[in-house]
Design a binder for this molecule. Structure first.
Ligand SMILES: [Mg+2]
Length: 125
């Protein structure tokens, strides 16, 4: 990866969005944020990104809807798209991976969990 690492955090909850953004900032990432799926898709149409953290439960488009659209439109090619959710029952994990997510990050997130995820995806420093 050359240059700065860029992430988009998509979550309808302000506190969750800020927390994820702060953890990524501390890990050296440049972070943009979106409050819903429509805003996220608009942003992804015009910007390069290496990582998308997508909340699953959002009003309007769900994280799964957004992920399917990202893959269908071939947006942010090469970027890792992560489902970021409190629900991660085994059958839900399968469903998320089937939508095109690269990984699942379980809320509540922590610094250690975030760094683990980045390393697993080959995006660690
Ligand atoms: Mg939500």
């Amino acid at each position: 990866m050359n240059g700065e690492k860029r992430a988009l955090v998509v979550d309808d909850n302000d506190v969750n969005r800020m927390l994820a953004g702060r953890l990524l900032n501390k890990a050296g990432w440049v972070v943009d944020m979106a409050e819903d799926g429509a805003q996220a898709l608009d942003w992804l149409e015009g910007n390069r990104v290496d990582l998308v953290l997508l909340d699953i439960s959002m009003p309007g488009l769900s994280g799964e809807d957004v992920c399917r659209t990202v893959r269908a439109r071939q947006l942010c090619q090469g970027a890792k798209v992560v489902a970021y959710t409190a629900h991660a029952m085994p059958e839900e994990r399968e469903q998320f991976l089937a939508c095109g997510f690269d990984a699942i990050l379980t809320k509540p997130i922590s610094k250690a969990g975030m760094l683990d995820l980045l390393n697993t995806l080959g995006l660690g420093s």
